[in-house]
Design a protein around this ligand. Structure first.
Ligand SMILES: [Zn+2]
Length: 322
């Protein structure tokens, strides 16, 4: 048995909408099988509610989602919710739309057999009031979903922009308090200046995860990619070997040593300015897989851009807009 047999690795697979073709599904399942990748995130990023109009993608029917799920049943599948969702907003209309999308995504997630719906919680920083707001809204979403017999849970993602909700600690503890999951976007955590460039920083996070998330029920969702970081955090996603030098080898090494590889499910979200086709996404995911398979431990991390650290200590004003 290979040393990595418990590592679930995959990539952002395809948009899941009224337009999803069986060909698109088959392309992805074929390559996942061929490369022995185990995870796929299906993207509802720009889906609209109600009847799709003007060429915009809508949500697939429950039947269609179940059919796609059947084709992917040997994989660990998750859904990425639309960008319009905000649980930090103070606008009633926006909140109503956000809840409607969340409910829809959770139903679709259940139909495809997905464990969770990854989403960006919103564009405010994690002061106590904002954190409480996110927690209460998550609790309401969880209660509604449970009442409807839904097993999938929301998973707010660690935000890449410093002005976004939230940092690692806030996102992890808010998920714990709501009884759901969160998605540890490692590149986002890095871009907003989180302590992930040292082994001790990563260890502290693993400890927090074990204290707050029921790992006997779920694998913790992880996003991993390269990223370009700036003064305000994330600028854009990048290839693993590019951008601002995300310490992904250090990360995987610590996960291996702590026997954490079988407690996470890693979705590679690398992007390139040249090409983001299936080939590119597979190649990036395979970089992660082959590093794990190599059994290498690499812990000395040198930032490619030492000047970056000065951004991390500078105070950035909260962006209070949604
Ligand atoms: Zn992400």
């Amino acid at each position: 048995m290979k040393a990595n047999s418990q590592a679930f690795i995959g990539f952002a697979a395809f948009p899941l909408s009224t337009f999803t073709s069986d060909t698109a599904v088959r392309q992805v399942t074929t390559v996942l099988r061929a490369e022995q990748l185990k995870t796929a995130e299906l993207l509802c990023l720009s889906n609209v509610l109600g009847r799709p109009r003007g060429g915009l993608p809508g949500y697939p029917s429950q039947e269609r989602a179940a059919d796609i799920g059947k084709q992917m049943q040997e994989f660990h599948v998750s859904i990425h919710g639309p960008y319009v969702i905000s649980l930090t907003t103070t606008e009633k209309g926006k909140l109503r739309t956000s809840r409607a999308h969340m409910t829809r995504c959770l139903h679709i997630a259940d139909a495809v057999g997905a464990t969770h719906v990854t989403f960006h919680a919103g564009s405010r920083q994690g002061g106590t009031a904002v954190k409480t707001r996110v927690k209460e809204r998550l609790l309401q979403i969880m209660a509604k979903a449970e009442g409807e017999g839904i097993n999938a849970v929301p998973a707010p993602e660690v935000a890449g922009k410093i002005a976004g909700f939230g940092n690692f600690e806030d996102t992890c503890t808010v998920a714990s308090e709501a009884g759901c999951l969160f998605c540890w976007d490692f590149a986002h955590d890095f871009a907003r200046g989180g302590d992930v460039t040292t082994e001790s920083g990563i260890l502290r996070r693993l400890e927090l995860i074990e204290q707050n998330i029921d790992l006997s029920r779920w694998r913790l969702p992880v996003h991993l990619s390269g990223i370009v970081a700036g003064r305000r955090g994330e600028v854009r996603h990048a290839p693993l070997e590019g951008g601002s030098n995300v310490p992904w080898k250090l990360f995987l090494s610590v996960l291996r040593e702590q026997r954490f590889l079988d407690k996470v499910s890693i979705v590679c979200e690398s992007k390139s300015e040249e090409a983001n086709g299936l080939d590119f996404r597979v190649k990036e995911a395979l970089l992660l897989k082959s590093f794990i398979e190599s059994g290498r431990i690499e812990k000395d991390y040198q930032s490619a851009q030492p000047s970056l650290s000065q951004f991390f200590t500078s105070k950035t004003k909260d962006n209070q807009k949604d």
